[in-house]
Design a protein around this ligand. Structure first.
Ligand code: PLP
Length: 366
């Protein structure tokens, strides 16, 4: 067996707590779609989906192969693929994955495949662009989209959705209100002209927190499940799901003037104890954390990362910490630590979490 020492522990209890937190913010009948793309935000999408399978209505992933992985693990919940690619559409059928059709090119390609396979009422999802300008039909496409689906028995609009651009920022409330208004108009048009009613959904995590009145029939929660709200107050109500741990591999005692790591970036100003930790930038530790910018916890005390972050290792200053080789190291175990790391790396917790690489062993704790 491969004994990894650097481990990301995923806290199932925290995940459940976070899901409940969002549930109690929503109407009882509002469905929850759990976003488990990018390996469950850098953790283990399969384990997360297994854990949430009975608790949510839908899963979403970004790409087809992410959905395939869930199906191969036995997940039976409906899966929306947010950004399918035309060459993968055929594969989606064999895995019962439901594509987001965001323009006529992909809608026509999928309809062709649906006809070849004699499908009827295969669930698809329609995305409308209401201001993010990333993926989606535009408002002016509505008549043509309606006509397209009036004439197709092969496909059924399971849901219709859009995505907010700046839902976390209340200074941009006007922009978001516009998006909500436009989406409401699109919803009305489809309600008026379709003889069945799709699921309508607009909100992501920060959308739920800031604009719950726009929850429609379903909400898509990603980062919130993993412990992050819009601000520190909201985040405090949530629990941290991702705990990144390692151990001390070796401790060196170096003298004044000796250096540590590549480019000799750290120069000892006095006798210094240096601990080597088996986690590096290939595991998702940004090089921006090097050179005393970031730290880890050893025996509950902060140990600064000294020198440059290597691909597979970091070195930390443990001069003032009583510790030995083999001791546990916490890279992060709270949202606050993740936020600090993100700040130092001039990024956001989304990137800090999803950056945790596949090499890091993942352990799901119920
Ligand atoms: C990633 C994604 C989400 C989840 O967003 P969070 O901010 O993590 O809740 C929801 N909808 C779409 C379309 C996405 O791409």
């Amino acid at each position: 067996m491969n004994h990894h020492v650097t481990v990301l522990e995923i806290d199932g209890k925290a995940l459940e707590h976070n899901l409940e937190y969002f549930k109690q913010k929503l109407h009882q009948e509002t469905k929850i779609l759990a976003v488990v793309k990018a390996f469950g935000y850098g953790s283990d999408g399969v384990q997360i989906a297994k854990f949430l399978e009975k608790k949510v209505a839908y899963f979403a992933v970004a790409y087809t192969h992410e959905g395939v992985a869930l199906r191969e693990a036995g997940i039976q919940t409906p899966i929306l693929v947010l950004h399918p690619q035309i060459p993968n559409l055929e594969l989606m059928l064999s895995y019962c994955l439901e594509p987001n059709l965001y323009h006529f090119k992909i809608a026509n390609a999928f309809l062709k495949i649906a006809k070849e396979n004699s499908l009827s009422d295969y669930p698809i999802h329609l995305k409308f662009n209401t201001g993010l300008n990333r993926l989606g039909f535009s408002e002016s496409d509505i008549p043509e989209v309606l006509a397209f689906f009036k004439n197709t028995k092969q496909l059924k609009i399971q849901s219709l959705f859009s995505h907010l651009a700046v839902s976390e920022d209340l200074e941009e409330q006007k922009f978001t209100e516009n998006q909500i208004g436009l989406f409401t108009h699109i919803v009305e048009e489809f309600k008026k002209h379709l003889d069945y009613t799709p699921i309508f959904h607009l909100l992501n995590t920060s959308g739920v927190l800031n604009y719950p009145r726009a929850q429609f029939d379903m909400v898509r929660i990603g980062i919130g499940l993993y412990g992050f709200g819009n601000d520190p107050i909201e985040t405090k109500q949530l629990k941290n799901t991702h705990n990144l741990k390692s151990i001390i591999s070796q401790i060196h005692s170096i003298e004044l003037g000796q250096t540590v790591g590549y480019n000799r970036a750290f120069v000892a100003k006095k006798k210094t104890l240096v601990a080597t930790i088996p986690i590096g930038h290939a595991d998702g530790i940004s090089r921006k954390l090097g050179n005393q910018k970031g730290n880890v916890l050893i025996q509950n005390q902060k140990a600064k990362i000294i020198g440059n972050v290597c691909m597979d290792m970091i070195m930390v200053d443990v001069t003032k910490i009583e510790c030995t080789e083999g001791d546990e190291v916490t890279v992060f175990n709270s949202q606050q630590m993740i936020q600090e790391i993100a700040d130092i790396a001039t990024t956001i917790p989304y990137e800090t979490l999803t950056g945790i690489s596949q090499r890091v062993h993942k352990i799901f704790k119920q």
